[in-house]
Design a protein around this ligand. Structure first.
Ligand SMILES: [Zn+2]
Length: 339
């Protein structure tokens, strides 16, 4: 039995921001602020170049593009600065930021702990397989009352009727339930069964309390890859493209390339890694095309390191910062991904 108390890393991370951590180190003033982003010299390897270390203060993540070639979350940063394990860093964070340990005690084995620790060693070790591996049960209902012609889908996202119907998208016009007022996106498991509906607020939420995306409580997105049910039916010799978001998949699909799946985030879970392995062989090709921002870049490096142990991996780097696969034109998709 471990002598140290188990703590819930995710809970601790939710309670502290990168700005607080940088303030603790009296570093905040050394950074230049551009919108939600900070940039400055890397405090970890003590670099001098003022653009090589970047922080996203909304996502609370950081990345060093120089010597460290690494990024992570608030706890990873403390790990690196203090040369501590993730567990020790979490305890430190509780001390520094007055987080009562009793509040963040965790009864079980916390998968994120090991995932972060794996990242912190900068070596590509296989991710732990001790996540809650119970599959998401198929839903027993279908949402109807969907407006397939909502301008958020047709104009803002530029989707055709065929794509909207193909992916089962629509604006939920019903009057009850958590999806009221949202665009719904059905998520299928690899067998093609609907296991959840994700809700997207149509546009920018006007207040901070409205999240852009709603995922039903209890649904484990780490167990699924969006669109894998269809991508897995594509020819084996075609590269599998891995992107972050629903609309990245949907748009690339609309442009004619169907072997594409989304992580539904910028990190690959152990279960997602296992799914990709099941559906690929040693000679399979994978193209990792995450968003060109600190989270995407960190996810890209980690995903590439882990998958390259199983098959051929290519990472796609966009020339422009903050570029996303969703915004590729049909022509760009044709050039990047031969049909
Ligand atoms: Zn560095």
């Amino acid at each position: 039995m471990p002598k140290k108390p188990f703590v819930d890393f995710r809970d601790i991370r939710a309670r502290i921001t990168m700005e607080q951590v940088l303030t603790h180190y009296q570093l905040l003033d050394t950074f230049k602020r551009t919108g939600p982003n900070l940039s400055g010299p890397c405090p970890i390897h003590k670099g001098t170049n003022k653009t090589q270390f970047r922080v996203d203060t909304e996502k609370n993540i950081w990345n060093c593009f120089s010597e460290c070639k690494h990024g992570g979350n608030t706890l990873d940063f403390i790990c690196r600065m203090e040369n501590l394990s993730i567990h020790e860093a979490a305890i430190k964070a509780c001390e520094w930021f007055d987080i009562p340990l009793d509040d963040v005690k965790n009864n079980g084995d916390e998968p994120e702990a090991k995932a972060s620790a794996t990242k912190a060693t900068a070596k590509a070790k296989p991710a732990p397989l001790n996540e809650d591996n119970q599959p998401n049960p198929p839903l027993k209902f279908r949402l109807d009352k969907l407006n397939r012609e909502h301008p958020y889908l047709t104009q803002e996202r530029g989707l055709t009727q065929a794509t909207i119907i193909d992916f089962g998208l629509g604006f939920f016009t019903g009057e009850r339930g958590m999806m009221v007022g949202h665009i719904v996106i059905p998520i299928h498991n690899v067998k093609g069964e609907v296991v959840a509906y994700a809700g997207r607020w149509p546009g920018e939420p006007s207040d901070k309390d409205t999240p852009k995306y709603k995922i039903p409580a209890g649904f484990k997105k780490s167990q699924e890859l969006f669109n894998l049910d269809r991508a897995s039916k594509e020819p084996a010799d075609k590269p599998l493209v891995i992107v972050e978001g629903f609309f990245d998949v949907i748009k690339i699909h609309q442009h004619g390339y169907q072997k594409v799946v989304a992580l539904m985030g910028s990190t690959m879970s152990a279960a997602q890694e296992a799914l990709i392995r099941q559906h690929s062989e040693r000679q399979s090709h994978i193209i990792i095309m995450l968003d060109e921002n600190p989270a995407g870049m960190a996810g890209r490096a980690d995903t590439a390191a882990r998958l390259s142990q199983h098959c051929f991996v290519r990472t796609h780097t966009f020339a422009k910062p903050n570029a996303e696969p969703e915004h590729l034109t049909a022509e760009e998709v044709r050039n990047l991904l031969p049909l």
